[in-house]
Write a protein that binds this ligand. Structure first.
Ligand code: PEP
Ligand code: MN
Length: 345
């Protein structure tokens, strides 16, 4: 249920609605909008009678949300959500580039990477300190030492840090260093981890599971919002198909589909999406053309020596090429939208 407030409703009217929701044993979610505020209700098992709210002062209407995902739905919030990560606005007009190695390997490696990402026009730094690896014998990440190196790289370059949390046990530690916590494809339906992310105040980058449908992806995001964290960025990173010319199939059609159904920003990871360095640039360009809010890309100062995902990591000069070509595409689209007044890409 969504309680839509009148444009002139005051703070006390909104608080009265929230108190009533809590009295009924449900959870209120205040959703500010350009024209009016709405209050989402979650936690109810059956339908709620709209009459419970429609007589309260400041309430315009109480409407049922038809989708199974409530808070991530555009029905609930028509305006795009913009998520701020260390001051970088994701989902706003400007496209955003997050670059860096798959794993933090050493102090020098992450500092070199951060400098290269910054010089190439990237705004955020990625790098895993806790790695979800297929083999238990592969490099698992540097743990807290890796987080410390990331923090040092942020201190030097000013780039915000995006890094993965792979379990509830280490979430506190990861969020204490990160500007944005990544939940990886393998954990997209780890519901206790999603709930932990929902209790965090740090933005979350939620990657699509490698075999998940759009509905499952949005329901995973709903877990995080339902527990009170509204700063979620979605990320398409490729799904498993029968093709063998790439590691995954980058499902770019999910970008306009998400934008239709949800107000949350969506970015694309063409590195895991293709698994091949030579495919990252063309698919990154395509992602921006499809309407993605930005890209997350693996970049390494010496990809051939990388401890994970070197074959899909860009050389710094290739990352610079990617940012400039994608910005040119985004500029063309902005001009086109400006001339036609259209907002859908
Ligand atoms: C990563 O970003 O390095 C990663 C492991 O991604 P994914 O969860 O998409 O495989
Ligand atoms: Mn990787």
């Amino acid at each position: 249920m969504l309680i839509v407030m009148k444009a002139q409703a005051g703070q006390e009217d909104i608080e009265r609605v929230c108190a009533k929701i809590e009295l009924l044993g449900y959870r209120p979610h205040i959703i500010p909008g350009e024209q009016r505020t709405a209050v989402g209700v979650t936690g109810n098992q059956g339908a709620i009678d709209p009459a419970e709210f429609e007589d309260l002062p400041g309430v315009a209407e109480a409407i049922r949300v038809s989708k199974a995902y409530k808070l991530v739905s555009r029905e609930t919030k028509p305006e795009n959500t913009v998520v701020s990560v260390n001051g970088v606005q994701i989902g706003a007009e400007e496209i955003v580039f997050c670059g860096g190695p798959c794993s933090v390997e050493s102090r020098e490696q992450i500092l070199d990477s951060a400098r290269a990402v910054k010089a190439a026009g990237g705004q955020l730094l990625r790098g895993g300190a806790y790695k979800p690896r297929t083999s238990p014998y592969s490099f698992q990440g540097l743990g807290e030492r890796g987080l410390q190196y990331l923090a040092e790289a942020r201190g030097e370059t000013g780039l915000g840090v995006v890094t993965e949390a792979i379990d509830v046990e280490t979430y506190d530690l990861v969020e204490s260093y990160a500007d944005c916590v990544q939940i990886g494809a393998r954990n997209m339906q780890n519901f206790s981890l999603l709930r932990r992310a929902g209790r965090s105040r740090k933005p979350v980058l939620l990657k699509r599971g490698m075999s998940s449908t759009l509905d499952e992806f949005l329901m995973a995001a709903e877990y995080i919002l339902a527990d009170g964290n509204y700063n979620v960025i979605l990320c398409e990173r490729g799904v498993r198909t029968f093709t063998d010319h790439t590691r995954n199939t980058l499902d770019l059609s999910v970008v306009p589909a998400v934008r239709d159904l949800s107000h949350l920003p969506i970015i694309v990871d063409p590195s895991h999406g293709t698994g091949r360095r030579d495919k990252v640039l063309p698919m990154g360009r395509a992602a921006i053309a499809a309407g993605a809010a930005g890209l997350i890309v693996e970049v390494h100062p010496a990809p051939d020596r990388a401890l994970s995902d070197g074959h899909q990591s860009l050389y710094p000069s290739q990352f610079a090429e990617l940012t400039s070509e994608c910005r040119a595409i985004a500029g063309l689209l902005a001009k086109r939208q400006g001339s036609t007044g259209s907002v859908s890409v």
